[in-house]
Design a protein around this ligand. Structure first.
Ligand code: SAT
Ligand code: MN
Length: 635
């Protein structure tokens, strides 16, 4: 049941499924060119209907790509194993093919577009012989939204089709949107040669890592992906279009494409705040977006708008408005249980594709490390090998995932479907840091907030191939996803303030600070509500903070710790400590990324860094030496 099984051919479908060709001339021409290049045996045109979904799920099971799980226990749920060499995004093999290397910048892998295109054309030639090509039109963003965009993915993976159906608005909706865009352009409302839809061509080839390339041509609104069948490499609407190409579009058109969750927070008094938060992959965006507040916060409602991507633009009212371009979740599974994320547990109880978790074959059930209930005495691990707890290995891959439609989420905010989006009160940047970075702190203003995001770092996770647990700079959690020069991206962030009379306040958070014994100081998950509450109180001007060298940290009096058992005042002090020695090291580490950006680094950010250096030199207000753990500029 993995994607490396012989390339599938579909049985004839009834009722005309798969036969309806789109009528957009530009789209048809590109599809026909791609057919001529890839030479598929069959072409299946997706319409996004329920009948189509049912047919393709059954076919995927017949072809061994999916295994149906017990329909009583897990209705509408299926199991998939990817190839063992193909379990995460591959940053080394991900390219931004801009006309010049400088446009892609030092944080991206670059190849000259003509060269890459001809190399890939060679690989695509005849790649779909004996296979089915699926034509997958999809809409990113709520229908009717001014921010919504159309993409079309041509793929030889039925797994991709079934996933794209969950994470995007796939089929007729997208074609209708394209038709409207075409009409607008014909009416001269938009004068541009820029392709009206993103063209994404994907072939698994033979899943040989030596022939695996994920290539973006932002100037052509185009993506070419070969040699992988996994997640972010192949669900082209997600990271490839919504972030890498999207960030380029956003920069040229005056909006923002960000790696951010979106949540709605409603107080017992009915006050509404919308929050956007950027954390790197596998650092808890989904958990935060679906958070259930602890008993102390009875009456608060936290609802999810998105868990991974936000598209935002200034509204006529001078606020920043955001939509979630996706319609489903591709979330990390290990650790998901009714303690850490009850809403996710409910979301994945039906209509879900489970990828690379462990399989309880006889029971038609799945298992992962950290699941509710007992550890199974035996199961098949993510590779299909017999597994028992005594082995000491992980049964589920650390980057195993669920794919579920957002409508399954009991905490879904109805605003997720709202065309105009939601106005953002606060932006949060968060990394996974064992030391240095406090639980929460606020930037002084927009420019300082951009500096805070630009200098963010995080310990690496299993979401990307490579070493895990190493601190690396990950500006705005966009290091792997920014489709142009990172310095220009920072400049774009700074410029966005011009259109914002009421810019969101910008905060940093870190749920992962540890004590000297290596134990997490903060319990995280639902308790993060306490941090969110302080952030909202800051937005409302209700809470005070202590000025430190790096920004404003909460005062104890303004931070609600009531009802927390097992949590000491000492822990709070440690969590809000700004240690000058640690921050001097941090300052040095920031220098490397900034230096690499050369003349593209905005002067404002270099100045912010210099000011931070100066502030770190000031001894603490209580007279203790500045390398002690203290707030450096107490009011
Ligand atoms: O694999 S994805 O890029 O879709 C998920 C992630 O790494 O954030
Ligand atoms: Mn992500």
């Amino acid at each position: 049941m993995n994607s490396s099984s012989p390339a599938p051919l579909l049985q004839a479908a009834t009722g005309g499924l798969g036969t309806r060709r789109p009528d957009d001339p530009e789209l048809v021409a590109w599809i026909d060119d791609s057919i001529a290049l890839c030479r598929p045996e069959q072409v299946f045109y997706c319409d996004g209907s329920d009948a189509e979904d049912e047919f393709l799920l059954a076919e995927a099971c017949r072809l061994g790509v999916l295994t149906r799980l017990d329909p009583q226990k897990l209705p509408g749920c299926y199991y998939h194993r990817s190839a063992q060499n193909d379990v995460a995004r591959v940053e080394q093999l991900t390219f931004i093919c801009t006309p010049t290397a400088e446009q892609a910048g030092p944080t991206n892998h670059w190849t000259e577009p003509g060269e890459m295109r001809s190399k890939l054309r060679g690989m695509f030639a005849g790649s779909m012989r004996g296979r089915t090509m699926f034509v997958v039109p999809y809409l990113m963003g709520p229908p009717g939204s001014p921010l919504a965009k159309v993409g079309v993915e041509l793929t030889d993976s039925i797994y991709v089709v079934l996933n794209m159906r969950k994470v995007t608005r796939m089929g007729e909706t997208a074609l209708r949107h394209l038709q409207q865009l075409r009409r607008l352009r014909l009416n001269d409302a938009i004068k541009s040669d820029f392709p009206l839809f993103n063209r994404g061509l994907h072939s698994m080839l033979d899943l040989d890592p030596a022939r695996r390339f994920i290539c973006h041509f932002p100037q052509d609104n185009e993506i070419l992906s070969v040699g992988s069948g996994y997640g972010g490499n192949v669900l082209l609407g997600k990271k490839c279009f919504s972030l890498r190409v999207g960030s380029y579009l956003a920069q040229s058109q005056g909006w923002m494409a960000e790696h951010m969750l979106l949540l709605a927070a409603e107080s017992p008094e009915g006050e509404q705040h919308y929050i956007a938060a950027a954390f790197p992959s596998a650092c808890g965006k989904t958990n935060f977006a679906m958070m259930i507040p602890p008993a102390r916060f009875a009456g608060w409602k936290i609802r999810t708008i998105g868990d991974d991507i936000a598209w935002m633009q200034p509204g006529p009212d001078g606020r920043l408005w955001a939509v979630n371009p996706e319609s489903g979740y591709f979330g990390v599974i290990p650790g998901t249980n009714s303690g850490t994320n009850p809403n996710a547990v409910a979301t994945i109880s039906r209509d879900t594709i489970y990828t690379n978790v462990a399989l309880l074959e006889d029971e038609g059930d799945v298992w992962w490390e950290g699941k509710d209930g007992p550890v199974p005495a035996r199961c098949a691990d993510w590779r299909g090998e017999p597994w028992t707890p005594e082995l000491g290995t992980k049964a589920a891959h650390p980057n195993s995932r669920f794919t579920s439609p957002m409508r399954n989420n009991p905490a879904l905010a109805p605003e997720a479907d709202e065309a105009r989006g939601v106005p953002i009160s606060a932006i949060i940047f968060g990394g996974r840091r064992g030391d240095t970075v406090p639980l929460v702190y606020q930037s002084r203003d927009w420019t300082h907030g951009v500096f805070l995001g630009a200098t963010m770092a995080s310990e690496t996770t299993a979401a990307a191939a490579g070493a895990v647990g190493q601190v690396r700079r990950d500006p705005m959690a966009m290091l792997p996803f920014c489709g142009y020069h990172m310095g220009d991206y920072f400049a774009h962030w700074l410029e966005m303030a011009n259109g914002l009379e009421q810019p969101p306040l910008i905060f940093g958070v870190n749920w992962f600070r540890r004590d000297t014994a290596g134990k997490f100081l903060w319990p995280g998950f639902g308790e993060n509500m306490r941090v969110l509450k302080w952030i909202i109180d800051r937005c409302e001007g209700r809470a005070d903070g202590n000025e430190t060298a790096i920004g404003i940290v909460p005062r104890r009096e303004d931070f609600d710790l009531a009802g927390m058992t097992d949590f000491s005042e000492e822990n709070f002090r440690r969590l809000t400590t700004v240690d000058a020695a640690e921050w001097n090291r941090e300052l040095d580490a920031q220098g490397e990324l900034f230096a690499s950006l050369g003349a593209h680094l905005p002067a404002e950010l270099a100045a912010e860094r210099e000011q931070l250096r100066q502030r770190l030199l000031v001894p603490a207000a209580d007279g203790s030496p500045s390398d002690d753990a203290v707030e450096l500029l107490s009011p």
